[in-house]
Design a protein around this ligand. Structure first.
Ligand SMILES: Nc1ncnc2c1ncn2[C@@H]1O[C@H](COP(=O)(O)OP(=O)(O)O)[C@@H](O)[C@H]1O
Ligand SMILES: [Mg+2]
Length: 540
């Protein structure tokens, strides 16, 4: 966990209209377990004591002893899932944003600028929790921290929600999720908000029930500044980023593209085994040559109307890409409203693919932990350089091929380069080869001992965390810091963002070292995909 040096930041009150300070927060809420980690703070489960007291009163006056409700604590269990729930109608989520400098993982993080801290709250307030956007309930501010209290999404994120289901998704459910996601994107657009980081980890579900509504969360990379023409601040997560975002000139329709990638992932699962292929296919500029039906792992029983919608969402040219409001009227999105009267089969394999991805994420984290703990720093640097050299050569080759293919429309070579190089991934098989070449037999044998390692040979391994670990980045983070020194779009898109919570416990606890790394189940299921740095401190 990081240490907050708020005194260095020297920031006064940031949110003028807040609901109180430290004392008020602790008088009203009790803190429970962590739900996830933000870049500059943690998201925690909290319980509103005023609601608990009211529950207690209600329960005792109803003399309701035989119910599931707990009179002593005032807890009223409302969880309707079968995973042991520790929440009730008093439970909320609390995102704590640190105001000062933060030291974390031996890195000094510059403080978030007050306007950036304010923006997430402003956007949530502006959106009012309508149209499937996360609902904010209150804000507390102390000299060190801003606590943003929102509704709780106990159904987990898109990956967790789908993988917990007993049955594959049905077409009408995919349609309903598409409707809700596009309604949220449309609501943002109507309020001049761009989320800029729409991805499955930021699409959460209110409960685990199969009818649960979704919520678009995390406006930490968002903007609500109206810009005449095009936005130029880079933000997002590589696989979900629109082509125009890579070019740093985008509009609200960048969110439409990201929603399209999420809906592809919803039905096909995260294509860990063919990540670069999927990415290249979506970003293929020549329209005649792009057939989205060929995207990896798509089930073969999706209705044609799904592909019509997908083609609209993933229209390469943002100027002709339709707005969310228009795509909301497409046949597939409207399908769920009358689906019960038509053929509505299950999308084969959707649950299994999501579960497989969550399992692969655990493998990926263990692999990173093993490499980071068992190779010396100089060995790691050589390891990363070998990967980088290889992948640059491979990417250059791909660009050549792509440029040859592009006879209908020419694009600048640097753009093509960005597209084919932008994912910072390497094949697991290649990782093993490099380890073999450098005679790291012990590491290889430990990797082979990881559960189901043989399944993941062809999967894409994300090297950005490893890079971070060996200190490829500068020691002072520039996120939101106002520096105009910019790196290229492609390096930003490589996910050089936050270090996830799991690496703190698995890598930095020296005593636990390899022992911890092999505890396969110990890692949180929170995604390790990282948010690239927003480069422009002005943060439009
Ligand atoms: N309202 C919520 N209910 C339940 N979990 C949440 C909620 N908000 C955030 N989380 C959890 O915390 C994680 C980080 O929150 P998020 O707002 O996305 O922060 P960050 O800016 O670091 O991505 C999420 O991925 C999710 O797991
Ligand atoms: Mg997030």
């Amino acid at each position: 966990m990081g240490v907050c040096l708020s005194c260095i930041g020297g920031m006064g009150t940031v949110i003028e209209q807040n609901d109180g300070g430290e004392k008020d927060f602790h008088n009203r809420f009790i803190e429970d377990r962590d739900l996830g980690e933000g870049e500059f703070g943690v998201v925690t489960l909290v319980h509103d004591l005023t609601i608990r007291r009211a529950n207690k009163q209600k329960n005792s006056s109803a003399d309701n002893r035989n119910t599931k409700n707990d009179e002593e604590s005032g807890r009223l269990f409302i969880g309707n899932d079968d995973v042991g729930c520790d929440y009730d109608n008093s439970s909320m989520a609390c995102k704590a944003l640190r105001k000062g400098m933060v030291i974390k993982y031996n890195t000094l993080y510059a403080p978030l600028k007050p306007e950036v801290l304010r923006r997430e709250v402003d956007i949530l307030r502006k959106l009012k929790g309508e149209s499937f956007c996360l609902k904010i309930s209150s804000v507390y501010e102390t000299p060190k921290v801003i606590y943003i209290i929102t509704e709780l999404c106990s159904g987990g994120d898109m990956f967790q929600y789908v993988s917990r289901r007993k049955e594959d998704l049905r077409a009408d459910e995919v349609s309903r999720i598409s409707f809700q996601l596009l309604s949220a994107v449309n609501h943002c657009a109507n309020n001049n908000v761009i989320n800029r980081d729409i991805k499955p980890e930021n699409i959460m579900f209110v409960s685990c029930s199969s009818e649960s509504e979704l919520r678009l969360i995390d406006f930490g990379s968002g903007t609500d500044k109206v810009v005449e023409g095009l936005h130029t601040t880079f933000a997002g997560t590589a696989f979900y980023i629109s082509p125009e975002m890579f070019q740093n000139t985008y509009t609200q329709k960048t969110d439409v593209w990201s929603a399209g990638v999420c809906l592809y992932v919803l039905v096909a699962g995260y294509p860990s085994d063919k990540l670069q292929t999927a990415f290249n296919m979506m970003h293929k500029i020549t329209p005649g040559k792009r057939n989205l039906k060929n995207l990896p792992n798509l089930p073969d029983n999706l209705p044609d109307s799904f592909y019509v919608m997908l083609n609209q969402l993933l229209e390469y040219k943002h100027k002709i890409r339709k707005k969310a409001s228009v795509i909301l009227e497409s046949d597939f999105v409207r399908f769920h409203k009358f689906a019960s009267s038509v053929d509505n089969s299950n999308i084969i394999g959707s649950v299994g693919r999501h579960a497989l991805f969550l399992d692969y994420q655990k493998f990926e984290r263990c692999l990173t932990t093993l490499l980071a703990t068992m190779l010396t720093k100089s060995e790691l640097i050589i390891f990363l350089n070998t990967i980088q050299n290889k992948s640059n050569k491979a990417a250059a080759k791909e660009v050549e091929v792509e440029l040859d293919e592009k006879n209908e429309e020419s694009i600048p070579p640097n753009q093509a380069k960005t597209e084919s190089k932008s994912l910072d991934v390497v094949n697991v098989h290649r990782v093993m080869e490099i380890l073999k070449e450098s005679e790291k037999d012990q590491v290889i044998s430990m990797i082979e001992q990881l559960p189901r390692s043989e399944l993941y040979e062809s999967n894409a391994y994300d090297i950005s965390v490893l890079k971070y670990f060996v200190g490829v980045r500068n020691s002072v983070r520039e996120k939101h810091s106002g520096s105009k020194k910019r790196s290229s779009a492609s390096s930003r898109a490589r996910g050089l963002g936050k270090i996830p919570q799991w690496i703190d416990s698995s890598i930095h606890s020296v005593g636990a070292k390899v022992r911890m790394s092999l505890d396969f189940s110990a890692h949180s299921t929170n995604s390790a995909r990282m948010r690239p740095t927003s480069m422009d401190g002005s943060y439009h």
